[in-house]
Ligand binder design. Sequence first.
Ligand SMILES: Cc1ncc(COP(=O)(O)O)c(C=O)c1O
Length: 415
Amino acid sequence: MAESILNYSTAKSLSDDYGTPLYVYDETRLREQAKAALAFPAPFGLTVRYAMKAISTRAILKLFDEEGLHFDASSGYEADRLLLAGIAASKITISTQELPDNFVDLVNNGVAINACSLDQLEKYGQAFPGSEIGLRFNPGLGSGGTNRTNVGGPASSFGIWYEKLDAIREIVSRHDLTVVRVHTHIGSGSDPAVWTRAASLSLKMAEAFDTVRFFNLGGGYKVARMDDETGTDLQVIGQPIADLLRDFADRTGRELHLEIEPGTIMTANAAALLASVQDVTDTGSEGYQFLKLDTGMTEILRPSLYGAQHPIYILQESPSESTQPVIIVGHCCESGDILTPAPADPEGLAPRDLPVASIGDFALIGGAGAYCSAMSAKNYNSFPEVAEVLLHPDDSYSLIRRRQTLEQIVANEID
Ligand SMILES: Cc1ncc(COP(=O)(O)O)c(C=O)c1O
């Protein structure tokens, strides 16, 4: 299980300074992950594009920029947010379900686009005839822990279906485009065999367009948050991919520059959500014991959405000697606001054995760095967006996002 990133005394000082709930990011772990990703085996050059959808707070974007990462944006807004943070446009690519309204401005600024559908390709070609373009393919293969995290194969709408080469060629030639990047992203996985298969299918796309120079394998490197989960060793999955790139070069004479787009693995276990137990209730001897936290789907939606499992630690001044099975619930008036669902089954309940806790104790939800702050049911029940802090290597910390005020929540409302 991902180790707790906080002890009681740091949790207490953080809570005294900023209250709970509070996201806490560990700078050391974030930088270590950046270095690990930059060591991904790549015989002919590597660009690591941090998938900012995982967590898009500016201080973290800047930290990864300092570490030498480039960026993947999933909307025009994400690209603009990167530019606002001072990230160079030349470091940004966009792969989106919805072509941004301002894609012409973004491209004119230096941002590159991966067309993710034939319609996107057509619109790009109309706007930028004679220019270079990337193509996101659905290579026909999916992976992923649940159907909701699987983004490849026939049930997925992401990317251009791999058999549509003729339609692509027609648009490309009509607008005199040059396909320079092949991109695929098939969802979470840690199995080297799946990655090897995804890479070889994607290489077929690169072979089909002899102008391709960049080979982007997307993200989806699974992280182990819990003991029974298997994480991805980037070196282990990278070696066979590097071999495939060497074989490709031997066969075609083309040395492809590899790109990877990790989000989860960069951030998931580098952060935790610090919360307080605000109530304890039960439903009798045949029922359950519940710990109610002052956080929930407003900060962490993954358990409710996917039945995702996060480690939960009870932090107490005098640690309790005994444990009890509890269901941890969030603070929203929503029966699905549960932090201990059954694995991959958001409808099910899975009581967790945790130290006996009382109102006022801290509960720390681990593995909360990816798709938590950036993907939650913000402002539901009018709870404000919570604050975020960055823990520095010398144990000091700084506030990187303030708690939202009620005035900010209602600012755009009109009578
Ligand atoms: C195109 C693209 N690249 C990269 C990622 C990052 O994936 P992960 O966070 O699983 O590494 C995603 C996630 O959905 C994606 O859609």
